[in-house]
Design a binder for this molecule. Structure first.
Ligand code: NAD
Ligand code: HSO
Ligand code: ZN
Length: 428
């Protein structure tokens, strides 16, 4: 990994380090546009065309009902999924909002109630690795929120099948339909609807550049869909001081590097951290990884930043706004209030990032590319709308009416003013 010393960098150079590897969205949009058009015009047959072209698969039917499928999983696989499922469900259940009611003035009652988004589409990546864990991260909060139609799309295997782990989780959640398709074609099918795919109101889930570009384009189209956030290539930033275990740090960096060649991993270390031991551990561990070529490519694009103290480390991390932040320093959790921009945070040497990817209970669909500055990860809220309501009594209108009349007059909106005055006159 390239190495920089913060004391030798200008403000602009530090700012440059926070930029992620550039994505050429203009050319990706131009590749994705014809895919979206074809699916909009041709529906299911458009989806099948691209599934054959990009995934080399021709499933008999492009959608299946998970309840109709039989699966064959070992008990250890079922147990691991069941344990993770329980933890994710427990943490997300705690996020369900309580109804809010406030009397802003005597007789003026305001409420906020939440309602589920009725139809949602969940994208589960499956290009380079099949990610059943992502279906738990999206489907569990969708179910808890009360969404009625939950479609999940994922690329099929070459023989047209879907991983049994995905089907098992879909059955546990009660997913309405699985769409056997990936990439932009899957996103377009859920956004417009086809003969077999229900049109949804919101599409959530991570994916590669084609998936992300399709979500961004369809969000701004006549399809009228919402999306969660730009969740692109995985990334992690590790803050390490002299108490951090170099082998653990190396393992955490590699755990995100193996996601894809465009993943970015960053080590921000104080001067006393044993960087030599960490580099050696990283090389040794890398050699033994089945996905070493992918991880190596990501490591080549990544860097280490040496800082004078932990305050500087957290300042840089807030500027970088990582998807995952790992804090491996003394009394790690005491730095909680110094963290402003991050998708999800892992404190202390016994908290690997993989815990949040799979089973601790937090969500792993998180903002990347610096979007943690203004976006949150997926949660139960992502599947809810908040509706405000108000009821004003006779007494309430007498209290608040003159204020409304005055403000309406100031804006010269006479009909607004009269809607109040006509009632106040009636009360005299
Ligand atoms: N931020 C997060 O929360 C999060 C979570 C999990 C995974 N991820 C990221 O998601 C990404 C998953 O990517 P992936 O590629 O493995 O799977 P994917 O499912 O996102 O993409 C695979 C699909 O891309 C399409 N495709 C492939 N080549 C194409 C081409 N030339 N033109 C048009 N479409 C094409 C195919 O239809 C294929 O089905 C990784 O970058 C990973 O890091 C992020
Ligand atoms: N780290 C990924 C989010 O960036 C999520 C994931 C799924 N499986 C393993 N990891
Ligand atoms: Zn991961």
């Amino acid at each position: 990994m390239k190495q920089y010393d913060i004391t030798k960098l200008t403000k602009e150079e530090i700012q440059d380090l926070c930029q992620r590897p550039k994505m050429d969205f203009i050319s990706i949009f131009s590749e994705v546009e014809p895919i979206i058009d074809k699916v909009r015009q041709k529906g299911d047959s458009g989806v099948s065309y691209y599934t054959k072209k990009f995934d080399g698969a021709s499933p008999d039917t492009i959608t299946v009902n998970p309840a109709d499928l039989s699966i064959n999983l070992t008990s250890s696989t079922r147990n691991a999924i069941d344990t993770a499922f329980e933890n994710i469900q427990r943490f997300h259940k705690g996020q369900l909002p309580q109804p809010l009611e406030v009397e802003t003035m005597p007789g003026v009652k305001c409420q906020r109630v939440s309602r589920p988004i009725e139809k949602v589409g969940l994208y589960v990546p499956g290009g380079t690795a099949i990610l059943p864990s992502t279906l738990m991260m999206l489907g569990i909060p969708a179910k808890l929120a009360g969404c009625k139609t939950i479609v999940t799309a994922t690329p099929p295997h070459k023989d047209g099948s879907i991983a049994d782990e995905i089907i098992y989780i879909a059955q546990k959640i009660g997913i309405t339909k699985i769409l056997k398709a990936g990439g932009a074609q899957a996103i377009a099918a859920m956004a417009y609807g086809t003969n077999t795919v229900p049109k949804v109101d919101k599409i959530l889930g991570p994916g590669n550049q084609y998936v992300t570009a399709a979500k961004m384009m369809l969000q701004n189209s006549e399809a009228q869909i919402a999306i969660d956030m730009p969740a692109g290539p995985s990334e992690v930033l590790v803050i390490a001081d002299e108490t951090a275990n170099p082998e653990f740090v190396a393992a955490d960096l590699l755990s995100q590097a193996e996601h894809g060649p465009d993943s970015q991993v960053v080590l921000v270390a104080t001067k006393d951290f044993d960087l030599g031991a960490c580099s050696t551990a990283l090389e040794e561990q890398l050699m033994r990884l089945p996905r070493k070529d992918v991880a190596q490519e990501a490591i080549n694009k990544s860097f280490t930043l040496i800082v004078n103290n932990l305050e500087q480390a957290f300042d840089f991390s807030n500027q970088y706004a990582p998807e995952h932040l790992i804090v491996q320093c003394e009394d790690a959790e005491q730095w909680q209030n110094s963290i402003y921009n991050a998708g999800s945070v892992f404190f202390g040497q016994w908290t690997p990032e993989s815990a949040g990817d799979y089973a601790s209970g937090t969500n792993h669909t998180l903002p990347t590319y610096g979007y943690a500055r203004m976006f949150s990860g997926v949660s139960v809220d992502s599947f809810l709308k908040q509706i405000t309501m108000q009821t004003i009594s006779r007494e309430g209108l007498q209290n608040i009416g003159p204020t409304i009349e005055k403000l309406a007059s100031l804006e010269e909106l006479e009909a607004h003013r009269r809607a109040v005055s006509i009632r106040l006159n009636n009360l005299k």
